[in-house]
Design a protein around this ligand. Sequence first.
Ligand code: S3P
Length: 429
Amino acid sequence: MIKSLRAARTLSGVVNLPGDKSISHRYAMLAAISEGTSVFSGFASSRDCHSTLDCLRALGVEVSVSGDTVAIQGRGLSGLKKSRQVLDAGNSGTTIRLLSGILAGHPFETAITGDSSLSGRPMGRIIRPLQQMGAVVESRDGGLPPLKIRGGQLKSVRYTLPVASAQVKSCVLLAGLYADATTAVEETIPTRSHTEIALREFGATVRISGNWIEVDPNPHLRGQTLRVPGDLSGAAFFLAGAALVPGSELLLPGVGLNPSRRTLLDYLVRSGLDLKVLNEREDAGEPRGDLRVRYSPDLLQSRMPPIQGNDTASMIDEIPVLAVLGAHTAGLEISDAGELRVKESDRISAIAANLRAMGAEVSEKPDGLTIQGGQTLQSADIVTRNDHRIGMAFAVAALAAKGETRIIDAECADVSFPGFWETLAGVAR
Ligand code: S3P
């Protein structure tokens, strides 16, 4: 599908976001290994989270979906059944990496694969700790999917993450549920903390001390009834859109504001965005609130603060749209973002190529981008590389560009934000 977009006169109205993708994956997996029924409202409609649900079904879990409500009959900690088919994680790194941690605790062999993008993404980062814990894991070409995992009783580890990755941290913590003693993971750069929070909600014992996160084995996990907050990473496209388009004002209700993710909001406010958090509350350990954003001419005049260090890790999924914002403003320097090269596409290269196609001056670094800014962007054909965040980020670029921009393979947005194009059309005038 090709989506054609022109500059918007203004953006106004209410944006209803899909449920948070990261939280939905975790709730579904923990529900599957709990006892009793779990019911989740606001569950992510994203294609990625449905990949997780399909994998769980293949492992013998009863899952029913009605609108954005998902009910899961738990099978207990070690109750998954051997799948008769190869599991398909689709485009989803979170599905393959987190589920591998759980499969490593089950005494049968499972094969798990994904689409062509996922099949090129590094799995050595989870294979190494799982092997240290005693699981047998085979992969293609020394670390690519498909993976074959034969699990069982695991040995506990104290593991220092070699990359800032919530997926790797979560994989080891989930495998730790099946270990012979307490498992500990050290992260020197903080990443999203949804697994730690969700494990506690379902009844596991998790202790955090400094950089170390510990999980006790063999917990009695119980099914939960929970509401998933709106996806802050999905909100980012609309926050950026409102920042760019004159006269805009948007309200985004019920957005997840986990401290490990809300760096984005602080960063945007520091950049000059008129953004307010209203009605802040907490539910199931996950803060949430309503966001009100208004067009911010000041932001457009100045260079955006550099994105580097721990901030890069906390905003890793928002960098494509922040880069677009940087090109429309007076420029932006992005560093310490080497991980972007192994996302759904090489996002550093995809951002640079598409910004250049729109007339921006951009140079690629191994771990980031230098974006000059200060030019009016021109329409172009955007090559999304089937990467949802590239497609949506450049939809935002088009809202303030000259002429008609065409987003190629625009259906990729469904991976995290089904209904994105309709939601955008609903607020753009
Ligand atoms: C995610 C972690 C991040 C992020 C991804 C979702 C998660 O990946 O980019 O979209 O849900 O744990 P990494 O762990 O590879 O950094």
